[in-house]
Design a protein around this ligand. Structure first.
Ligand code: AMP
Length: 404
């Protein structure tokens, strides 16, 4: 036996799939694969706490293909975004093909006709975003009464995006006797509720404690005034060489920033929800091929970006939610490589940074750029109303003290 695929032995993987792993150059299972695959191959319901970049797609993809090779019926994967759905299907495709198992992607933003045509070929693996799957269900283009295995991928993000009602509806359409695998980077109580309603005594495999940032990633933060962020970003872009993923909080912010970077002569593309699926695909492919060195993204659009070798992730805006920081940082230092994360914070965001540090359980180093004036964290500036109210309060308490 070649030692090249030796690492995947002993996980209960069928020989045909081991061969495919070897052909594709996968040598050693990642921790989520080493823990998750044997449990899932054993038919257990599994909760995997793992962020993107940990190899979680094959952790459920391999057991799904193996299961479907044995029994009739379908496998269903629900993902929060279109991009992730496309990537999941692409990752599973070589394995499914080896067993003659067809697959289809059902996502919004694309004409439904092509998807209906794909469904006529009776695919046995369906990768879908919840909204579009419900459209297909309502129009009876697809049936889920023969689903044998369901995967909820990036479940926390699906909930963040408000998909809980759609997930409930879909889960009511699949048979009760089935296997369910749930993957999530964080474990809010709502996920535990979904798990307890829809899963049979799930086995919990925690690859890294909920919220742990990828290993091998170094972090630093610059505290600067808002209007100096662009010039600091440009200086950082000169300092680093490789591809850079930049996160903004809003789609407008992404658009404005990408435009100003292009004007400054950088090859920058942007992905956010105002761009069509074709434009997002072009941006992603251009980023992968090196046509664009910089990809500016909002959190929702960036979900599931699977590009190897991102040297640097820049949080141009700190995320609203500390959990999002973990998701963003999952894009650098993937599959054992080194990565770096730089955040630009404004002086009023000390509290936000502390919540992130608490979640990832580490202190993020404060840096200063020699050419950009550094600030320190201070109290949030108060609104005119808050200032007026504070003056009123001190006047009243002075009066009370005088009376006493
Ligand atoms: P995922 O977390 O599933 O999005 O996977 C992240 C990246 O890791 C993908 O580009 C995979 O091709 C890669 N990957 C998955 N499993 C392995 C493995 N066992 N060895 C090396 N790379 C892997």
């Amino acid at each position: 036996m070649s030692s090249a695929h030796g690492g995947f032995y002993g996980l209960g993987i069928a020989p045909g799939l081991l061969k495919k792993l070897e052909d594709l150059g996968y040598e050693t299972p990642t921790p989520i694969q080493a823990k998750g695959i044997p449990l899932a191959n054993d038919g257990k319901d599994v909760i995997g706490v793992a962020q993107t970049g940990t190899g979680k797609t094959l952790a459920f993809g391999i057991p799904m293909v193996q299961h479907l090779a044995r029994v009739k019926g379908k496998g269903l994967v629900l993902t929060p975004t279109r991009e992730l759905a496309i990537q999941v299907r692409a990752a599973i495709l070589p394995f499914a093909r080896a067993f003659g198992i067809g697959s289809a992607v059902l996502i919004g933003g694309e004409p439904i006709r092509g998807q209906v045509r794909a469904l006529k070929k009776k695919p046995r693996i369906i990768v879908a975003t919840p909204g579009r799957l419900i459209d297909h269900l309502e129009q009876r283009f697809v049936r889920l009464d023969d689903v044998k295995i369901v995967v909820l991928d990036e479940a926390d993000r699906m909930l963040d995006m408000g998909f809980a009602p759609q997930i409930e509806r879909i889960m009511r359409k699949v048979p009760r006797r089935r296997q369910t695998l749930l993957f999530s980077a964080t474990m809010p109580t709502e996920i535990m509720r979904i798990a307890s309603t829809h899963m049979r005594l799930p086995v919990h495999t925690e690859i890294a404690p909920s919220g742990t940032a990828a290993e091998g990633v170094s972090h630093e933060v610059f505290v600067v005034k808002r209007d100096l962020k662009v010039s600091l970003l440009e200086k950082l872009l000169k300092q680093y060489k490789g591809s850079v993923l930049v996160f903004t909080r809003t789609k407008r912010g992404a658009w404005v920033l990408a435009r100003s970077l292009r004007r400054a002569g950088y090859a920058a593309a942007e992905i956010h929800s105002d761009r069509s699926l074709a434009q997002r695909k072009e941006a992603m492919n251009g980023f992968k091929s090196g046509k664009y060195r910089i990809l500016v993204a909002t959190d929702i659009a960036a979900r599931g970006i699977d590009v190897e070798g991102i040297e640097l992730v820049i949080n141009y805006d700190l995320p609203d939610e500390p959990g999002t920081y973990v998701h963003r940082i999952g894009r650098t230092g993937r599959a054992g490589m080194k990565g770096h994360a730089i955040s630009l914070a404004t002086p009023d965001q000390g509290k936000d940074l502390r919540s992130i540090e608490k979640l990832i359980d580490m202190t993020i180093e404060l840096s200063e750029h020699p050419e950009v004036p550094a600030e320190t964290f201070g109290p949030k500036p108060r609104t005119a109303f808050q200032k007026k109210f504070a003056r009123y309060k001190s006047r009243v308490s002075r009066r009370i003290r005088r009376k006493r």
